[in-house]
Design a protein around this ligand. Sequence first.
Ligand SMILES: Cc1cc2nc3c(=O)[nH]c(=O)nc-3n(C[C@H](O)[C@H](O)[C@H](O)COP(=O)(O)OP(=O)(O)OC[C@H]3O[C@@H](n4cnc5c(N)ncnc54)[C@H](O)[C@@H]3O)c2cc1C
Length: 500
Amino acid sequence: MSDSQLLPDIAVEKAPTTVVVIGAGLSGLACAYALKKAGISVQVLEAGTQAGGWVQSFPVENHQYLLEGGPNSFPSSSHALVALADELGVPLISANKSANHRFIALGEALLEVPHSLWSAITTPLLPFSAKMRLLKEPFITPLPAEAPEETVAQFVERRLGVYAHTRMVQPFLTGVYAGNTNQLSAKAVFPNLVAYEQQYGSIIKGFIAEKRKKKSEKKGKRPYALLNCAGGMKTLIQKLEQALSGKIHLNTTVTELEQTASGWLVRLANGQKIPANGVIIATPAFVASQLVASISGEARALLNAVEYAPITLVYQAFKKRHLTQRKEGFGVLKSWEVPNPVNQAWLGSLWTSSIFPNRCPKDEWLVSHFFGGANHTDVLLWSEARAIEEATAQSAWLLGTAPKASPTLNAVFNHAKAIPQYTLGHANRMATAKAILANQSPTVQLAGNYLQGINLNHCVLSGQLAAENLLNSGVFQAVPPVELFPVPQQEPLVTQHAVV
Ligand SMILES: Cc1cc2nc3c(=O)[nH]c(=O)nc-3n(C[C@H](O)[C@H](O)[C@H](O)COP(=O)(O)OP(=O)(O)OC[C@H]3O[C@@H](n4cnc5c(N)ncnc54)[C@H](O)[C@@H]3O)c2cc1C
């Protein structure tokens, strides 16, 4: 797709039944693809120079290294995403077996996350008292449904104990949201667990009951694995681009929506106006906020309240012979319980070349360090040289790089508004914003990672749901009511997937 591809000069009076999708991240592309499959004429308008949003893969140094600028993997339990990839013919690759080993950094110590019943019993990650506390969970009286919303920290400590929070859930959410568990909402981040407490009186009882229900559905499904696309995550985007050939318009920033008698005029930064019968806003929340301003001041304010955490991602490669402490595995996440000896802004690291094959030359080791998050927005002020300096110190601590060993590759990605924070009240704020739009203008739908979960599977589901809601809004009389993708919209906890 050429950057300069112009929008077709659609005359307003022709008023074709067209949907404009604003934003060509995974949410927008999944939505546009669903609409196209339903026989709707769709145009995708993207402000950037490439489609994919955060999904970007970079082959560098003559394809010697493959770097992911955003998402690096997804679990095979990501049903909507895997189904989409299969349908598009995207070849998926599984992570190496060693990627099952994940670690938590507790100060100097790296402790392995248990991955079997025996390792859960024997793990030094949780003291004996904390393991006993976990077993008490089914006997803890649930809070009444009308009790005030809790933070993740409050919910987890009340049900599972302090250590389950500081050594398991908090590092996990540092990985997923780069967030602060004293600010993230339990209801928004773990809707299923909060519901289990209400429905079954206990998280553990809820897990067991739901697992039993799902047992029969498991037959014939792909066995659990951590996946990526052959050639990197971008392969999925390229296949979506092919499927939407000629429909994606890059360098096309939308600034405003204007309601007309027959639908919408989508105003671009260059002044052009595109007529549409329906609009999907698949941008980050702070842009969606501006775009709904002409519909509702309240929806604008609710969307504008979504905060984003920054991430500075630094890739470094080293000759294997220069490393003394190399560990095979997925990587390591930080527990905030004990300060990291090197850098307080460090969130965790992925042992990238240990996860998927062909990420760097065979005699090298590729690591990616994540810094920043909701607690350390100061990374926004780091220069590239500072980011490399901090990463080099982290590599020395984590991998035991020889004192004079310099990296064979440094690559820095600064993501200022990377991850939406599902803070207290988030679920209600988003439900209200969606209800206002559904009531006042059902032909404008929202999609994106700030709505129903931030992982890639949630993004696909969010795009598909927006398409479905739009088609059922009544404006597309010719199209019978549709249920495009009869997959569950709420994904269980296990499909929350780590950024880090
Ligand atoms: C560093 C990082 C690592 C991650 N790792 C993982 C992972 O390993 N696994 C996982 O499942 N998830 C991961 N995630 C989360 C996941 O990548 C994102 O949630 C997802 O890609 C978001 O997709 P989206 O389409 O909702 O939004 P975006 O990707 O933000 O797309 C929105 C699009 O809208 C466009 N846009 C904005 N304004 C306008 C405008 N005015 N007009 C037109 N277009 C506009 C933007 O340019 C962008 O292309 C990671 C995220 C980050 C940042």
